[in-house]
Design a protein around this ligand. Sequence first.
Ligand SMILES: O=c1ccn([C@@H]2O[C@H](COP(=O)(O)O)[C@@H](O)[C@H]2O)c(=O)[nH]1
Length: 321
Amino acid sequence: MTGTPTAGPAGSRAPFGARLAAAMAEHGPLCAGIDPHPGLLDTWGLSDDADGLRTFALTVVDALGGRVAALKPQSALFERHGSKGVAVLEEVIAAAREAGTLTIVDAKRGDIGSTMAGYAQAYLADGSPLAGDALTVSPFLGPGSLTPAVELALATGRGLFVLCLTSNPEGHEVQHARSAGGESVAAQVARFAAELNAAELGAVELGAVDLEAPGSEASESAADWGSGGFGSIGLVVGATIGDAARTAGVDLAAVRGPLLAPGVGAQGAGAEELAAVFGDARSQVLASSSRGVLAAGPDVAALRTAAKTAADEARGALATR
Ligand SMILES: O=c1ccn([C@@H]2O[C@H](COP(=O)(O)O)[C@@H](O)[C@H]2O)c(=O)[nH]1
């Protein structure tokens, strides 16, 4: 086997945090985004319709499947093609799974709890065609509103990435707001994830989570997961945020979960920013680049070279020794 545990039959999937840690160790800390912007479709010589979208997205899976830690399809750019676009997203998730690559579906879902349960069923339930390995979610209706998604993710070996300190400049206005007690919104979100991860990792350490489920590839890496894996509830923390984690009072290392770091490449962040933003949480970072890699297409070899270069740069920037 490779060092990357993949999904076994329903009910036997190892925890997402463990699977992601293994994938990052094998392929480097890069998540390649699949963002089929109209401009990119044009550059690739493709039509701005569901057929062009399908060719684009499946070319990326073909080029990078089995070569990066994760692929992150951006749901909005599939949804803009209507039901045919959503069908392509389902096909992309299945193709990545077939290639043995984790998918983070970037749909940033968030709603009141009863509706969140519907989103959870759509994106996190076994057998749902839109279920990848993890989902991005918005905590801005209150972190507790995400409980249905948390419960289903943990029950199915999937993960969440909760928006915390986003890469866009406008995020500051909301994420740095402080409660009467003085805690920033971002710090509250980080504490929510930290508490969930402490409970999950504590259960693993106590042996209450069976990492050796029959039929999965879990057993061969179980020891690694117990010691080096992440919790399954990650945060989104942009690589562009400068010292915002410090000023918002967010202890990223204490989260013990993966930190999805968009902003690398097209939004201007590079190795220097990755190293500076994440400090002693560098080993948790999954750098994310979409346009910076996709601009190399449609040539498959060029896409692979661009992804490898980005992964190598991220690995160098995030090395802890
Ligand atoms: O804070 C955030 C959260 C998510 N994103 C998403 O990541 C990619 C970035 O694309 P690039 O082409 O690498 O800029 C995109 O899908 C965003 O929606 C983010 O950028 N920032």
